[in-house]
Design a protein around this ligand. Structure first.
Ligand code: HEM
Length: 205
């Protein structure tokens, strides 16, 4: 997951919660806990599973710029992303399953506009994009337009935690290049087509 540091973002919500908590209970609940708890509530209230959040996180007092390079980027190849997951002790099944978090949320045009007009210097859009979806995305993100404009990661049910994300990928409607490329995995066909038909299966380990 990438957190967008943009003025139009809701990142101030975390500050607002933190301020409210500090007023009643100073120095106890970290921002990291707020993010973890808010994520659990968001998922379970929007159709996803529920789980008990393990607590005890502390906020770092310093920034780790070097650590940010370990986070996958939206223009990286499947091989590069797989390597980053492997370096973190995760395998390709984890990569496919965790990418399913893109069943909700938004992404800035700047993270996928390279697919819409001049993909890899070809002068053409990414051939792995559904043409109707491409037109919709071009309207949201005109060439040379505001890279900060947001689009839904899951165009069919943007605010629901469901399995439409994998169905979208089957239909060439993955917003991020990295999402769409998951379908190139040999394990995709067997694993995800089965999981796309069953939310329970999708959420299973
Ligand atoms: C597999 C590699 C991944 C890549 C390349 C990736 C990339 C991205 C990008 C580019 C965005 C949009 C950020 C922006 O526009 O600033 C995004 C959003 C998001 N990602 Fe990922 N991501 C990955 C994995 C994950 C994982 C593992 C999770 C969680 C388990 C996750 C959860 C999310 C969520 C919830 C959003 C929406 C955030 C929002 O609406 O504010 N992503 N991701």
């Amino acid at each position: 997951m990438q957190v967008r540091i943009y003025p139009q973002l809701d990142i101030h919500v975390i500050d607002d919660i933190k301020t409210a908590l500090e007023n009643v209970c100073p120095g106890v609940v970290s921002c990291a806990e707020i993010v973890a708890l808010a994520s659990q509530i968001l998922v379970s209230e929007n159709g996803g599973p529920t789980w008990e959040v393990q607590l005890g996180r502390r906020d770092s007092r310093t920034a780790n710029r070097a650590g940010t390079t370990a986070i996958p980027g939206p223009r990286e190849t499947l091989a590069q992303i797989t390597k980053k997951f492997t370096d973190a002790g995760l395998d390709s099944t984890d990569l496919v399953a965790l990418s399913g978090a893109h069943t909700f949320g938004r992404a800035r045009c700047s993270t996928f506009v390279h697919r819409l007009y001049n993909f890899s210097g070809t002068g053409n859009p990414d051939p792995s994009l559904d043409t109707t979806y491409l037109e919709t995305l071009r309207q949201t993100c005109p060439e040379g337009g505001d890279g900060g404009t947001l689009a839904n990661l899951d165009p069919s049910t943007p605010n629901g935690f469901d399995n439409n994300y994998s169905t979208n990928l089957q239909n060439k409607q993955g917003l991020l290049q990295t999402d769409q490329e998951l379908t190139l995995f040999p394990l995709w066909t067997g694993l995800l087509i089965a999981k796309a038909t069953s939310l329970t299966l999708l959420l299973s380990p």
